[in-house]
Design a protein around this ligand. Structure first.
Ligand code: MV4
Length: 646
């Protein structure tokens, strides 16, 4: 039980988060790292670090033996699993126990039971926890599902028993679609989780996702620390998480909290856990599943309770009593968290990978930013592209939302595109501020947001870019002035901007066709431009990568490439027949071979990056002249894959 050295079997922001509290409590800490993480922040912060293998998670962070071996080598006598990876793996919890290592989390039995939707639901019904009416029987025949679906009433949800996060889930509106839905859900579940077991549930329409934070100790005590509302999601990825839930009442909180504690007590739960509920518009709530780990969104609970949940975890794992009794837990104010991702909202949220040129998290009172980023770091294709969690605390929800949007504005991430502007706009949507949030929020209120369109360059952005380009070309001679007009050619995605610039002292004139704009340069360096535009002084953060200028603009990040002096391209990028990888990833399927004739728009290959499949299409008609990749091969962004010629 009593331990002294904690190994953190994770990476990124959560490893950093756990290391900080463990150190503050006087424990020694050990990081583990893959080839891709040798220079990461979690490795720098830990007292010791052990290399556990290649970049791929299956070769490193998911290898139970490698983690146990790292404990043995370093003398770590406790393991914190973080979230994801091995955090809900009962075999790992068991392996720790078998090797005399304290697993900072629940028992293997509780992990195993809660890992099955079917068995956990049976246990929850037994414990008197409200569940969605459904079918969770052992008989998995189609006939039995059809019979029970009739009893439950359509629409129904078909869910994979071993699933999570919406994978293997199907909404079935009519009986005629049920058997087909069962077949696809079954095979999807078998492929994804190694088990085709399914359950049925009555479908709750546009529910809220409300989860209760629970904590148990080894002395049989269990408490709840309020709720989190995580209703705003995109494709089962949480986007915004907040505490308290905007529609919560003290009475509903007590009822949901007591149900969650009953759920936890029924499995003698030890440590941090989250009981997920659906909350319908009438205020009815239903158990969905229990997560047997510390969750990504735990900071909002920490801010409204004033408690450090990692500290609680370490105390409980050490055999201590829970730090507070139920009636000592108070909720004050409101906290909202958003997940800042390296992804491109303008292109279906395609994950972005590559070097991070500038990372400057905001520093503001009431704002907490949890991240694992270091200067000169990168977003690796091997891991989740979450860059940081940005969390704001305020007296009211409105205060927290306003502050959080501002904190995002003050946060600079250049080099990779991000969902920053999408998050800022979302936090300022009137329906969000009104608390009108449900799982349907993004589709209902947000599908037309400008942040979901490819970035465009307005006159101000073009003038900023021109000023920075001239500064780079002429260095310190910038203010000496130039005679005549200087041509500036910029590419933004596929779009070309042909400009002419006049600079006299600090006064810049940019001509685009027959329109012109004016900007006054106040200060220019490689990090930012300070300027005056239409009578207002502003600054814009920037970073150079080769000839590409990254700008942090109020309508999103812009990546403008200076091609003024680039050799002329004979054909434009479209239609050259060259198929390049749009990002780092792996080729899943090659659909053509050398000599095949193909048509423009035809899918030539499928690649996977960040768990998402992308169809790569021919940009012209012709024959496949060469294939330079094979299936299962890892490829780098812009790597040449195929050539189509006449
Ligand atoms: C549901 C549901 C409606 N009725 N179950 C999605 C992920 C998984 N944790 C549970 N999910 C849902 N289960 C029944 N019986 C609707 C969802 C759901 C959802 C839940 C929470 C947050 C966002 C969601 C988006 C779509 C569907």
């Amino acid at each position: 039980m009593a331990f002294s050295k904690v190994l953190i079997a994770n990476r990124g922001e959560i490893a950093v988060r756990v290391i900080r509290t463990a150190k503050a409590m006087g424990y020694r800490t050990v990081a583990v790292f893959s080839d891709a993480d040798a220079k990461s922040l979690h490795v720098q912060l830990a007292d010791e670090a052990v290399h556990i293998g290649p970049a791929r998670v299956s070769d490193s962070y998911l290898r139970i033996e490698a983690i146990i071996e790292a404990c043995r080598k370093s003398g770590a006598d406790a393991v914190h699993p973080g979230y994801g990876f091995l955090s809900e793996n009962e075999a790992f919890a068991r392996a720790c126990a078998d090797n005399g290592i304290t697993f900072i989390g629940p028992t293997p039995k509780a992990i195993e039971l809660m890992g099955s939707k079917r068995l956990s639901k049976i246990a929850m019904i037994e414990a008197g926890v409200p569940c969605v009416p459904g079918y969770e029987g052992a008989d998995q025949s189609d006939a039995s599902f059809v019979e029970h679906a009739r009893r439950i009433g359509f629409p129904v949800m078909v869910k994979a028993s071993a699933g999570g996060g919406g994978r293997g889930m199907r909404l079935v509106a009519h009986e005629t679609e049920l058997v087909a839905a069962l077949a696809t859900a079954r095979s999807e579940a078998q492929n994804a989780f190694g088990s085709g077991e399914l359950i049925l549930e009555k479908a709750v329409i546009a529910p809220r996702h409300v989860e209760i934070q629970v904590f148990g100790d080894t002395h049989g005590n269990c408490v709840y620390l309020g709720e989190r509302d995580c209703s705003i999601q995109r494709r089962h990825q949480k986007v915004v998480e907040e505490a308290p839930c905007p529609v919560m009442t003290p009475e509903l909180r007590r009822k949901m909290g007591e149900a969650a504690v009953a759920a936890a007590k029924s499995v003698a739960y030890v440590g941090a856990g989250t009981v997920e509920f659906l909350l319908d518009a009438q205020g009815h709530f239903y158990f969905l599943e229990m997560n047997t780990r510390l969750q990504v969104e735990h900071p909002v609970t920490e801010l409204v309770t004033g408690q450090d949940l990692v500290e609680w975890q370490l105390r409980v794992a050490n055999g201590e009593h829970l730090p507070l009794a139920q009636d000592e837990i108070e909720l004050t104010g409101a906290a909202i968290e958003v997940r800042l991702y390296a992804e491109d909202p303008g292109h279906q949220f395609l994950p972005q990978t590559g070097p991070v040129l500038r990372w400057h998290p905001a520093k503001l009172p009431g704002v907490r930013i949890d991240h694992g980023m270091v200067g000169g770091g990168e977003v690796s294709p091997h891991y989740d592209p979450m860059v940081a969690k940005v969390i704001a605390y305020g007296r009211t929800r409105t205060d927290a939302a306003r502050l959080l949007a501002r904190a995002l504005e003050d946060t600079v991430l250049l080099g990779v595109n991000s969902n920053k502007q999408f998050l800022i706009n979302l936090l300022r949507t009137p329906q969000f501020i009104a608390g009108d949030t449900s799982t349907a929020f993004i589709d209902q209120y947000f599908s037309a947001d400008p942040s979901l369109q490819p970035a465009t360059a307005d006159a101000e952005s073009l003038a900023i870019a021109t000023a920075l380009i001239l500064h780079r070309r002429h260095g310190t001679g910038f203010h000496t002035g130039l005679a005549g007009a200087t041509p500036v050619k910029l590419m933004l995605g596929e779009k070309l901007f042909s400009l002419a610039a006049h600079l006299k002292g600090d006064a810049l004139t940019v001509l685009q066709g027959d329109t012109h704009s004016q900007l006054t340069v106040l200060k220019a360096d490689e990090h930012a431009l300070h300027y005056e535009w239409a009578g207002v002084r502003r600054r814009c953060a920037c970073a150079w990568h080769g000839d590409t200028l990254h700008l942090d603009r109020a309508n999103g990040n812009l990546m403008l490439t200076d091609i003024t002096h680039a050799p002329a391209v004979t054909a434009d990028a479209e239609g050259d027949g060259l198929l390049r990888a749009p990002m780092d990833g792996a080729i899943v399927t090659l659909l053509v071979k050398e000599g095949d004739s193909v048509q423009k728009g035809q899918t030539l290959a499928v690649m996977e990056a960040m768990k998402i499949e992308h169809q790569l299409k021919a940009n012209r008609d012709g024959r496949v002249a060469s294939v330079s990749v094979s299936e299962k091969q890892q490829v780098k962004k812009r790597q040449q894959l195929l050539l189509v010629q006449d």
